[in-house]
Design a protein around this ligand. Structure first.
Ligand code: C2E
Ligand code: MG
Ligand code: MG
Length: 778
């Protein structure tokens, strides 16, 4: 082979071995092998500056380093190789910048100029190959670095996504348990741990999640673990181990159970955990809890990057809790401020502003539903005297008692407000009628009249009330209050308890005020009279007793029926003396009849009188009754008291007590106008009542109105079932009399039998009455 061909081939082979090497060192070693072989040399070396990077042909450790460096420096041209003896040496540069060179040593024949030229060429090839490799390796390193960066970016991305989800929940004020769930779930998932627990040393605020495992995690079986769920605060005490340590030392802590299991579990609440890590959760700057992650995998390392993740999540938990607390505090402050703005400071009742707001709501709803709404405005009478004579302390105590007292007479949906001073207002949604609103007002007045006890002193407070009803008296709160106010002033001025607004209030009031003035002296002037109406057995027509019905023989207006003046007397507080007068006069009359011999009166003729609420609910009333019976020598069983259902319902416990006392003295009690009120059967059953009087409004039309007949029949059945005597009032004709008799009603009263008549006329009636005719009705 020609020298040039040979040289070319050597170069090509040299190029192949050097450029295919995996790295620089391999390239150098392969290059030396190739050179030693190509030039039949004993040894070769690759030098960088004063350093022998690689060599071939020398026994390890025997490198004639000094000789090689001497050749490289041009100080010698031969070397003495152990085992080969003196050798010719030649040196060629590889890369001047790098100060690298090749040294070859051959025994015997010196290197020819061609060989040196070839060697130089090969050195250049090597230089090129090394540069290429350098670039390749740098590129590979860069690629690896890039891959590492990408994966760490991915991790960071996942972390950021989790954290930003948490931040979003915090900033959108999601419920705290949701936020904390997101934190525990997020960190458990990112770190690939089965358990993540957030625990607070003090149990934390209401609703705080304490212990959470990520959904889908294998169940840990430990008592505290629940997949994907939150536990209420206080349910789990802070476990010792890393969790407690992190709080105590206010730093991130890692715990692992050694193979010998001597150290105990890192998170004792979960004994199956082998590795756990906890970061402190700081609330208001203090370590108040910890976020713990744990796994059942033993020896799980927690590198700094994971520690940083846990720390970040623990910090977010702290932010979320702090934020929730701040929100709670702000909300409470707002609620407090709102309450203060809408409630009266002294009594805690809604104030005027709040009353208007509720009234507007109720009125607009009532407008849509077509129902009525009532406003009852109360003003205490002479309240100033309590303040002036006893001091504001007493007055304030009374004002504070009024709310709880009046609540007893109201429904849940009614609003009671203090408008200011001694003015209170009640809003009644869905009232059935003006009459039922007035009944509520009356009931409230009776409740108010019971004494208030302040430091052992009984303080009696009376009030006046004005009533206005929507839609009749006005459609908005302003107008209604204004009208209730007008009615209230009329009530106050006329000493009437309750006055309902009506457009003619002024003209009416004048007449009523006059009547009221006259009523005060009517007893002394002997203007009251009693008329008597008999009640007879429906079976045989025998008269059982009479009912005393009051009339006022007015000097100019004539004989006034009780409906014209009794409500006025009740409102003006004049009813008690009037009842006393009726009681006395009726018993006197009965005593007279019992003494007279000329009239064919039944032996056991009884006398019934009507008693209104304020008289009955007066604690002294039973005593008065007993005294009157004794005064006229009438046995108690001959006296009957007729009371209405609303009387009982205005204060049931009191009514029951006083009726009990009366019944004990032997007096009979009847419920008058039964069917018009709302008394509950459970009350009736427990009351010492002996008689039910069916209201005349049902009896009058029962012949023509089937629903009235049904009501009458069911009252009779009810009476029979409760063992009560039933009396039908308002019987105007024979047909009704017979119908009632057939229905099993015990007694009848009405124009058919006799109209209410003065005592002497009744005597005649008894004398001329043809009882057999009536009994022969059958
Ligand atoms: P009341 O106790 O239900 O009395 C029955 C009323 O029905 C009486 O009216 C009587 O005249 C009337 N009446 C009786 N039979 C008939 C009839 O067949 N047809 C019709 N249309 N009416 C009949 P009066 O006398 O006007 O009394 C009205 C109410 O005044 C009484 O109803 C009672 O609640 C009350 N009242 C009467 N006297 C007194 C009293 O001394 N004290 C009290 N607090 N209230 C009284
Ligand atoms: Mg009656
Ligand atoms: Mg009646």
């Amino acid at each position: 082979m020609a020298t040039s061909d040979w040289a070319t081939q050597q170069l090509a082979e040299f190029l192949a071995v050097t450029t295919t090497a995996a790295d620089e060192h391999v390239a150098v070693v392969h290059a030396l092998e190739r050179l030693v072989e190509s030039f039949g040399a004993e040894a070769g070396a690759f030098l960088r500056g004063d350093l022998v990077v690689a060599s071939l042909g020398w026994t390890v450790g025997d490198d004639p380093e000094d000789q090689l460096l001497g050749v490289a420096a041009g100080e010698q041209s031969s070397v003495d190789l152990p085992g080969a003896g003196p050798c010719e040496a030649t040196v060629v540069p590889v890369d001047r910048d790098e100060r690298t060179m090749l040294v070859l040593a051959r025994a015997g024949e010196a290197f020819s100029a061609d060989e040196v030229a070839l060697l130089r060429g090969m050195a250049r090839v090597l230089s090129l190959a090394l540069r290429l490799l350098g670039a390749l390796i740098a590129e590979r390193r860069q690629a690896e670095e890039n891959a590492r960066l990408v994966s760490s970016l991915r991790e960071r991305q996942a972390l950021l996504e989790r954290l930003s989800a948490v931040q979003h929940r915090i900033s959108s004020r999601a419920p705290l348990p949701d936020v904390l769930n997101a934190i525990t779930n997020g960190v458990a998932e990112l770190l690939g741990n089965e358990l993540a627990v957030l625990q607070l040393a003090d149990g934390g605020p209401e609703g705080l999640s304490l212990s959470v495992t990520p959904p889908g995690a294998p169940p840990l079986g430990a008592p505290g673990a629940r997949a994907g769920g939150a536990r209420r605060p206080g349910a789990a005490p802070v476990s010792p181990g890393v969790g407690a340590q992190a709080i105590r030392e206010n730093r991130l802590c890692i715990g692992a159970m050694g193979p010998e299991a001597t150290a105990g579990p890192p998170f004792p609440g979960h004994p199956e955990l082998r590795s756990a890590m906890a970061a402190p959760v700081r609330i208001e700057g203090k370590a108040a809890g910890s976020l713990v992650v744990g796994t059942a995998r033993a020896g799980r390392p927690y590198p700094p990057s994971e520690q940083a993740i846990l720390t970040a999540f623990a910090e977010h938990a702290g932010i979320a809790i702090n934020d929730a607390r701040a929100v709670q505090a702000t909300k409470k402050a707002l609620d407090d401020a709102k309450f203060q703005a809408t409630h009266d400071e002294l009594t805690g009742l809604p104030n005027r502003a709040c009353f208007y707001e509720r009234a507007d709501q109720v009125l607009s709803l009532a407008g849509r539903e077509g129902t009525s709404t009532a406003i009852l405005l109360f003003d205490l009478n002479h309240f100033k005297e309590i303040n002036d004579t006893l001091g504001h302390k007493y007055g304030d105590r009374v004002l504070c008692e009024i709310g709880p007292r009046l609540r007893q007479g109201l429904r849940q949906s009614d609003t009671l407000a203090r408008l200011g001073g001694d003015e209170f207002c009640v809003l009644l949604p869905r009232v059935e009628s003006r009459r039922s609103a007035l009944e509520v007002a009356e009931r409230i007045l009776i409740l108010l009249e019971q004494p208030f006890y302040v430091e052992g002193m009984a303080l009696v407070v009376e009030a006046s009330c004005g009533v206005a009803i929507a839609p009749d008296d006005g459609g908005d709160a302003d107008l209604l209050l204004q009208r209730a106010d007008v009615a209230m002033y009329v009530a106050k001025g006329s000493h009437m308890g309750v006055v309902a607004y009506d457009d003619e209030l002024n003209t009416n009031t004048v007449g009523r005020l006059n009547l009221l003035g006259e009523m005060r002296t009517a007893v002394q002037k002997g203007q009251y009279v009693l008329h008597y109406q008999p009640k007879a057995s429906l079976r045989d027509g025998r008269v059982e007793g009479v009912e005393a019905l009051l009339r006022w023989q007015h000097p100019t207006l004539g004989l006034l029926p009780p409906t014209e003046f009794i409500p006025l007397a009740e409102h003006a507080g004049l009813i008690r003396p009037l009842t006393s007068w009726v009681l006395d006069a009726a018993l006197e009359q009965l005593a007279n009849w019992r003494r007279q011999t000329g009239i064919p009166l039944p032996d056991r003729l009884s006398m019934a009188i009507n008693v209104s609420a304020r008289s009955l609910l007066d604690d002294t009333f039973p005593h008065q009754v007993v005294a009157a019976l004794e005064r006229w020598g009438v046995p108690a069983y001959l006296l009957g008291l007729e009371i209405t259902e609303s009387t009982i319902m205005s204060d049931p416990p009191r009514a029951r007590r006083l009726l009990g006392e009366l019944a004990e003295s032997g007096v009979k009690v009847a419920i008058d106008d039964f069917g018009t009120g709302y008394s509950s059967l459970s009350y009736l059953k427990d009351l010492p009542v002996t008689e039910l009087k069916i209201d005349k409004s049902f009896v009058l039309d029962m012949n023509t109105n089937p629903s009235d007949a049904i009501i009458v029949r069911s009252v009779i059945d009810l009476g029979r079932n409760l063992g009560l005597f039933t009396v039908a009032e308002g019987i105007e004709d024979r047909q009704t009399w017979e119908l009632l008799r057939d229905l099993g009603c015990d007694c009848g009263q009405g124009y058919f039998l006799a109209k209410p008549t003065p005592a002497d006329a009744l005597g005649n009636w008894f004398a001329t009455r043809e009882v057999p005719k009536l009994s022969a009705v059958r």
